[in-house]
Ligand binder design. Structure first.
Ligand code: FE
Length: 192
């Protein structure tokens, strides 16, 4: 009896060692090349080699390769300052501290982005389960994932990497600019 076509196809994939690359490509990211297209007019679209210069090695791994910092190791999961969290890649405001809550996960968690056009979403099937990846809507930097087990009023939990965020105290928020100034390398970085 001839096996169904899809079984034969899988056998061929196994035979030629193609399964792993196909799984990897099902992610929103392929190596350091992202597929995200920013819908913003102030989009920041830089090649990986430019980000490599602008970011620390850890920032590059998380923001540009969709890496994940180890839980409870970041500097912002237990951070309680009043202010705004901006993208560590481009400086775009992403979350207000008023929406931060203690999720107990070891990663900074928020129930809502600071603006409707601040945080983008991508489908992430990289671990064999479908999750919603959160990215900076201006530079496409990987932030973390969003889940539907958060607190009121949204019921959402934006589970972010500390590495992807810089904190701006409330007293300095006016320096961010409106529209927000591009700061490559994050809040400590300069203008483009
Ligand atoms: Fe960004």
């Amino acid at each position: 009896m001839t096996p169904p076509e899809d079984v034969m196809f899988r056998r061929d994939l196994l035979r030629f060692g193609l399964v792993a690359p196909l799984v990897a490509c099902s992610s929103s990211w392929a190596g350091s090349e992202r597929t995200f297209q920013s819908p913003r007019t102030d989009r920041v679209d830089l090649p990986a080699e430019k980000w490599r210069v602008l970011l620390t090695a850890e920032e590059f791994h998380v923001l540009r390769e969709a890496g994940t910092e180890r839980a409870f190791t970041g500097d912002l999961h237990d951070h309680h300052g009043d202010g705004v969290y901006v993208c560590a890649g481009c400086g775009l405001p992403l979350f207000d501290s008023k929406t931060k809550f203690d999720s107990g996960t070891g990663w900074p968690s928020f129930f809502q982005p600071i603006a409707a056009d601040a945080v983008g979403s991508l489908t992430d099937a990289s671990l064999g389960v479908v999750r919603t990846e959160s990215v900076c809507n201006r530079c496409g930097g990987h932030l973390g994932h969003v889940f539907d087990d958060g607190p009121k009023p949204t019921g959402l939990r934006y589970c972010m990497n500390s590495v992807s965020l810089d904190f701006v105290p409330r007293a300095d928020v006016s320096k961010i600019g409106e529209p927000p100034t591009v700061r490559l390398g994050g809040w400590q970085g300069g203008a483009p």
